[in-house]
Design a protein around this ligand. Structure first.
Ligand code: SAH
Ligand code: SF4
Ligand code: F3S
Length: 456
């Protein structure tokens, strides 16, 4: 072939595909890391000349960034794919893609489950999305990319965030803990951390762009490691680099939450005094079966250390009801532990067996109605504790970051305390992103209500 007749493939595809007139819409399910990933994908698409839209109507590409954590997370996606069939009928050239954990778990089997799907991309393959769309448009071939990577951190990709005051920032990917119930190590692959310098640069950029709060994300942030630096070092660097940005993080695994970390959080004003520390169960026998690598004694010791160093720390947790072989006695131990710790909040779930995990081979022997009953008892207890704890806040003064108008209480504003509690403020003269001192005047189990305190 001589050079005159050689047309680079790029040129061919570009004439076929007017990327800017090819709007991409992403719908996100699952954890915060998926939300952060959707912003990465938008960043990748944007860099490649595509436009991003925030509604499925009029989109040429609809991407569902999916979650596999429990069976009902996946059922939601199948339901959504059923609805998308209507969109595809109206617009047969519409492209539908599955991203995220379900893509990784089910791979090309998704095509068997739904004929609406054209593309399947796992969490470490997002760089391929633009070329896979082009290939699909050019050849009509459906595409699958589901290789997990040991190194991909998307360090060089600038996420496309919607304007706002709070930003998600993934500091690591994957998980090596292999809790016996959990699908994440299989859908997200091995643990790997982003470079400290690059995270620091991003935090500084976020501050310069007007963000007031950043949440550092990882399945287990305590095992962050980069060039000899650990998570405490990262927090310290961020806290010092942007002293006026609020810094949060999630999730901490109890196994490796160090004293050094607790001391770091205590030392810096802009590190939020809020720790999400999933316990999962209050029974040591169940914790062992779950492969959580800690006992309730160790867990309670950490809580004790946190409370000693940070007396006003807010604590939340995750709890699973009805794990394999869980007896009424085990369940009562969970309730007991909740009473002992008195969490400010909790995410509570019924155990859902996930294929290929270690627990999949155990017998899911707690009957559904028993799981439901135990979950209801856990939720009821937590609501009671949350209500009591929130009532204790009445009369106290908190610094609130205003997030915008309250949807439920028109004319009022919504914000959050350092400890991550929602506060409705009866005053509309503040602006989003402002830090305001508020006196708490009333409360319920989910929300605090307050009035601004004049600064003089
Ligand atoms: N990395 C985090 C958890 C991420 S998943 C941690 O270890 O703390 C979020 C929560 O979902 C878990 O803490 C657990 O409570 C719940 N979960 C995970 N797998 C589950 C399953 N198979 N059934 C029910 N709940 C599950
Ligand atoms: Fe799942 Fe355990 Fe990893 Fe959390 S630490 S993501 S529960 S395997
Ligand atoms: Fe779900 Fe995957 Fe997050 S399974 S909870 S989206 S890591």
């Amino acid at each position: 072939m001589n050079s005159d007749t050689y047309i680079p493939i790029e040129t061919i595809t570009q004439t076929k595909l007017q990327k800017s007139e090819f709007p991409v819409y992403i719908e996100t399910y699952g954890c915060q890391m998926n939300f952060a990933d959707s912003e990465l994908v938008s960043g990748i698409m944007n860099k490649n000349g595509y436009s991003n839209v925030y509604s499925p109507d009029g989109a040429s590409v609809i991407l569902l960034n999916t979650c596999s954590i429990r069976e009902n997370a996946e059922s939601k996606i199948y339901k959504r794919l059923g609805e998308l069939r209507k969109y595809k009928k109206k617009n047969p050239s519409l492209i539908v893609g599955i991203l995220g954990c379900m893509a990784e778990r089910l791979k090309r089997d998704i095509f068997l489950k739904s004929d609406v799907v054209d593309l399947v991309l796992g969490p470490d393959e997002y760089r391929k999305l633009p070329s896979m769309i082009e290939n699909l448009v050019n050849t009509g071939e459906k595409g699958v990319a589901v290789r997990l990577s040991r190194v991909e951190t998307y360090d060089d990709i600038t996420p496309l965030r919607k304007e706002g005051i709070s930003a998600w920032l993934s500091i690591m990917r994957g998980c090596d803990k292999f809790c016996s119930f959990c699908v994440v190590p299989y859908t997200r692959g091995r643990e790997r951390s982003r470079k400290l310098e690059s995270i620091l640069k991003e935090v500084i950029r976020l501050w310069n762009e007007g963000f007031k709060e950043v949440t550092l994300l990882g399945q287990n942030v305590n095992s962050y490691r980069s060039e000899g630096k650990d998570f405490s070092d990262l927090l310290k660097s961020c806290a010092e680099a942007v002293p006026d940005i609020r810094i949060r993080f999630t999730t901490s695994h109890p196994q490796d939450l160090s004293l050094k970390l607790i001391e770091t959080i205590a030392r810096y004003d802009n590190l939020c005094k809020y720790i999400h520390l999933p316990v999962q169960s209050g029974s040591d026998r169940i914790l062992k079966l779950m492969q959580r690598n800690y006992t309730t004694e160790h867990y309670l010791k950490i809580i004790d250390n946190i409370r000693k160093a940070i007396p006003d720390a807010s604590l939340s947790t995750d709890i699973i009801a009805g794990f394999c072989t869980e007896t009424e006695e085990d369940h009562l131990m969970t309730l007991e532990l909740m009473k002992q710790v008195r969490y400010d909040g909790a995410y509570m779930f019924k155990y859902s067996p996930r294929e290929n995990t270690k627990a999949w081979k155990m017998k899911d022997d707690v009957p559904e109605e028993v799981k439901t009953k135990r979950l209801m008892e856990i939720i009821e207890l937590q609501n009671k504790i949350s209500e009591e704890k929130n009532r204790e806040e009445i009369g106290k003064i908190h610094e609130i970051l205003i997030e915008g108008p309250s949807r439920k209480s028109p004319g009022k504003l919504k914000g959050r305390t350092d400890g991550n509690k929602t506060v409705i403020v009866s005053c509309d003269s503040f602006i989003t992103g402002q830090l305001v001192k508020v006196k708490i005047t009333s409360s319920n189990s989910a929300t605090l209500f307050g009035e601004p305190v004049s600064s003089k």
